[in-house]
Design a protein around this ligand. Sequence first.
Ligand code: WT7
Length: 649
Amino acid sequence: MESSKSQNIETILKENRHFDPSPSFREKAIWGDEQAFERLRAQADANPEAFWEGAAEDIHWYRRWSKVLDWNAPYAKWFVGAETNASYNCLDRHLKAGKGGKKALIWEGEDGTQVTWTYQDLYDHVCQLTNALEKDLHLKKGDTAAIYLPLTPQAIVAMLACARIGVTHSVIFAGFASHAIRDRVNDADCKVIFTTDVTYRRGQPLDLKSIVEDAVKETPGVKNVVVLRRLKTTTLGDKQLDWEKLVQPHAKTHEAPPIDTEHPLFMLYTSGTTGKPKGIVHSTGGYLVQVMRTAKWVFDLNEKDIYWCTADIGWVTGHSYIVYGMLSQAATCVIFEGALNFPHGGRIWELIDRHKVTILYTAPTAIRAFMRGGDDVPRKYSLASLRLLGSVGEPINPEAWMWYYREIGKSKCPIVDTWWQTETGGMLIAPVPGVTSLKPGSATKPFPGIRADVVNEEGKSCAPGEGGYLVLTHPWPAMLRGIHNNPERYQESYWSKYPGIYFTGDGANKDADGYFWIKGRVDDVLNVSGHRLGTMEIESALVSHPSVAEAAVVGRPDDLKGQAVVAFVILKDGTDLTATSAIRDSLKKHVVQEIGSIARPDEIFLTKSLPKTRSGKIMRRILKDLAAGKQVSGDTTTLENPGLVEIIE
Ligand code: WT7
C-alpha cells in the first residue's frame, strides 16, 4: 500500500468540490432533514441491530424472530427463527395492497420490441411456473436451479418461481461460455437449467441453448433444461422442455409457503484470487431487509418513479437492485436486453426519454464510454424525466462524475455512488441523496447500521487521508452466509487477515470528514468494465491451451474499462514462432471459449521467462509496471531471475 499513500493524499487535495442537495430535491425526499438523519445515523451506529430490526418491519413475515442477530464469527444469522418468502414479498403483498395494476416491468428488446407487465401479470407468470416446477419437475425446497437467460421478464419469473418454493437459484451470466456453465452447474448441483434459443448481441443472434447443450454433456445432475422458445423453428432435444407448454396447463395462483429466513435464496459465482469461481451464498430474510431498505433510501424511491438499472441479472446488481430490492417495493423497473450504444450511440438516452425514466443506475465504464462519444449525442435528448443518477461497480473518476452530473443530470440530479460487492449482497457505503453532501469520486459514508473502517496492515485505523484496507467491523443483514461447499475458503478469503473482521479486498482512505474514497482491488482480482475477473481464472484458461507452458495475467489501467487484461505467456518449447500474431489470436479465442468474451486479453506478451521470487511466486508488481509501459520500480532484490522478462515480441 506504500505507493498508493501519496497518491491518495493527492486525490483529496485535488478533489475538494462538494455538492449539497438542492432545496427542491430535499423538499420531496424521503430524507431531507439532515439533523434528523444524523441523529438516526448515530443511533444506528450505536445499535445496528435495533436499526435493522426497524427496517424488517417493511417486509411480510409468517413468523417473527426470537433474536435479531446471532453472530458466531465468521457466521451470522439474522432474524433468528423467523419465516418469510421473498417471492411473496415481491408479488402477493402488492396484489393484496391493491397494486396489481401497477407496472412492474417495462422490457425493451434490442430490436425495439416492448413488453409491459403489471404486478398481476408477473404474479400470474410466476405462479404458473412455480406450479410446473413443483408438479412436473418435482423440485422442492433445498434443490438448486441454474438460470442462463438474457435480461427478459422470463429470467425474473424463473428467479421468483424458484424463490417461491425455496429452490436456490444460481443465475449464470448469459455471456459465459459452456465450460463456465458446466463448472457452476456441477458445483451447485443444479437439477434444472432455464435457457432460451436466442438472444441478440449487436444485431447478431446468439443461440444460448446450444451452449447449454455443450455444457450438459458433462453435468450428470441436470434432469431437465427448460427452453424459452423465441423462434418458431427451434426443435427440442433430449431432456429439453418447452417453457410455454410446461406452464400452460397450470393455475395462475400459488400459495407461497413460509421459508426459513436463513434459507439460501440464491448463489452467485464470483471471481477470487484462486482459479475456481466462488459460489457466494445469500440468505432470504436478512438479504431482503437490507436490499429493500437501501434501495428505498439511497434511490429515494417513491410511488411514481420509473427506475432503470442497466446491469444484467447475471450480476449481483441485477439480483439486488432490479429484482429483490425493487420489486419488493412495487417499483416500476425498465429492463433492456441489448447494448446501451446499439444500434446508435444514443440508445441509452433514447430509452430514458421513451420510458420517462426518473432514476438511472449504471456503471462508470458506461459513463466513460458515453463521455468519449461526445456531448452532442446526449444533448439530442431531453432527459428531463431524470431526477437521480447512480453509479456502481468500480471507482468513478471525478471527471466522469462531473460529466454525468452536468451532461446527463443537467446539474440538478444528485449522483449516488454506491459501494458494495457480490458478497455484501446490498449497498454498504452510499449517500442518502436528500441529506448527504456529495464529493465527486467518493461513495461518501457507510449506510446507517453499517460499520466500516480503513485499516493498516496491523489492523489499526488509518489516520485521515492515509491509504489502507477497507474492512467491515460488524456483520450486516445481507452479508454472504458462506461459499458453497467451501467453508475453508470462506474463512481464508474474508476472515483470516483480521479475525472477526471482514476483509473486502479493496484499498481505500477516509478523509477528515469521514468520507470514504475507494481505490479498487488490492488482491489479484481485476475489475474489467465493472466486473470482477480472477487473474488465476484467466491464467488457468491460457494454460489449458496446447501451446502454453505458463501464463501470468495482470491488469493495466484503462481509460474506458477501468482495467484491461494483459497476459504474459511462455509458450511450450517447439512452438512455431514464425506466426506470433496468429498465436496471440488463437490464445484470445481460447480464453473467450473457456470463460467468455469479458475475459478476452487485451494484450498478450510472449515471453521466455516470468519474474519470480525465490519461493516461486510470480512478482505481479513487476508485470503490472511492464504492462503499463512503466519503468520497473521498487525493490527487485527478491527476484529469482533478475534478467526480468525477456519479451520475444
Ligand atoms: C468490487 C465488487 C457492487 C455490485 C457490482 C460489482 C468495486 C463496486 C464500487 C464503487 C469503488 C466499487 C470494488 C468491489 N466497486 N462498487 N462504488 N466504488 N469501487 O460487484 O463484481 O462483486 O465487485 O467492485 O472493488 O470490491 P462485484
